[in-house]
Design a protein around this ligand. Structure first.
Ligand code: FES
Length: 181
């Protein structure tokens, strides 16, 4: 084990089976997850570089990143909780609250804005009976605004999970959403 791995705090000795959970007051990394983080660390000088990987691991398992996971990451990497929190809140792909099974990201940057994204956003909100930032009652969709999705020439644009939809004003919302069960 190299020196950088030795700096990991508590990770190696964690019990493998503490995967209960994604409770907001109980999170521990599994042995496999620790190994993944350790592998990431070997590529960088600084343990802080593993924060994003650690956050992604939490989100992959739990669907979002709860406060106790932020604390676990900080303890494991021996950095401050606020350093982890600042990374978590900087990236809009990291969710700090529970989200639905499918994420609808709509671009509200300037090109989509002048192309009428707001009217489509309102239609979506009415169709799903939620406001932007909220999750549907059946936990199926969460709507969040994002900056440019890189398809400005096809504005307005939305993304559902990994699927990009362009020129959405002309699209049928029911048809668009029906494949996301
Ligand atoms: S501004 Fe919306 S995709 Fe670029």
């Amino acid at each position: 084990m190299n020196e950088k791995n030795d700096k990991l705090n508590g990770c190696i000795t964690l019990p493998v089976s503490v995967v209960s959970g994604c409770l907001d007051n109980d999170f521990s990394f599994t042995k496999e997850e620790c190994q993944e983080i350790q592998t990431e660390i070997t590529h960088y000088e600084n343990l802080q570089a593993a924060v994003i990987t650690s956050l992604k691991i939490v989100q992959k398992r739990c669907g979002w990143v709860m406060d106790c996971a932020i604390i676990s990451i900080a303890e494991m990497l021996r950095i401050s909780v606020s350093d982890v929190e600042s990374v978590a809140t900087f990236y809009n792909q990291i969710f700090r609250q529970p989200v639905g099974r499918h994420i609808i990201r709509f671009c509200d940057s300037v090109v989509c804005y002048i192309s009428g994204c707001q009217s489509f956003q309102i239609k979506l909100e009415q169709f799903l009976c939620i406001k932007t930032g909220e999750t549907t009652l059946d936990n199926r969709f969460t709507m969040i605004p994002v900056s440019c999705l890189g398809k400005c020439d096809c504005a307005p644009v939305i993304m559902i999970d990994d699927d990009i939809y362009t020129h959405v004003l002309s699209m049928d919302i029911t048809e668009m959403l029906e494949k996301y069960l």
